[in-house]
Design a binder for this molecule. Structure first.
Ligand code: 5GP
Ligand code: MG
Length: 175
């Protein structure tokens, strides 16, 4: 399959994604039962995972959406990130961040640090995909639907130069 002139091959078909999402939902339905969690979906990539996951969540909860803006710092290598769109008061709440993919862990770490300043009771992390060979941070990831190879992936919310977010399956770069 060709997306934007780059070759990809199938990694996870829609039915496999559905079953790993189901497993995460079941774990959440039992462990977050009495927490009234606030799920914070990180746009854009996590929109499809979040939609499918939330349809399987049966406990009392709330749902909101954030965006992470990156802007380059004045020194060439540093890139600062800022959370946009968080309107809820999260003090004392159990927060569950919903991400599409954790690669190095840098993005989530930045989000955690910024949310921490607003004094939530707890911050948990749920990700559809996790690249163990790229991850270089200390924090633990509470819910991982699927660990994947350290290669570029596209589909099911993940884009390649803006393309492929709509795909129902997940594809991996084909060298
Ligand atoms: P991290 O900060 O953990 O290194 O990277 C996280 C972000 O990088 C993800 O939220 C996603 O936007 C992007 N990313 C990391 N790996 C991939 C990938 O394989 N495919 C796509 N489309 N985006 C990725
Ligand atoms: Mg993301």
């Amino acid at each position: 399959m060709i997306i934007n002139n780059k070759k990809f091959k199938l990694l996870l078909q829609a039915s496999e994604i559905n079953s790993v999402v189901e497993e995460v939902a079941e774990r959440m339905n039992s462990s977050l039962k009495n927490e009234n969690p606030l799920f914070l979906v990180v746009l854009n990539g996590a929109f499809m995972f979040a939609a499918d996951l939330m349809k399987k969540i049966t406990i009392d909860c709330e749902l909101s959406f954030i965006k992470v803006s990156s802007y380059e710092g004045t020194s060439s290598t540093s890139s600062l990130k800022q959370i946009l769109g968080l309107e809820e008061n999260i003090e004392g709440r159990t927060i569950v961040i919903i991400e599409d993919i954790i690669d190095t862990g840098f993005t989530i770490e930045t989000i955690i640090n910024q949310l921490q300043q607003k004094k939530p009771a707890a911050i948990q992390i749920a990700t559809l995909l996790y690249k163990p060979d790229a991850f270089c941070k200390k924090f633990s990831v509470d819910y991982i639907a699927k660990s994947v190879p350290n290669e570029f992936l596209v589909g099911y919310g993940l884009d390649y130069n803006g393309r492929g977010r709509n795909l129902a399956a997940i594809y991996i770069a084909d060298k």
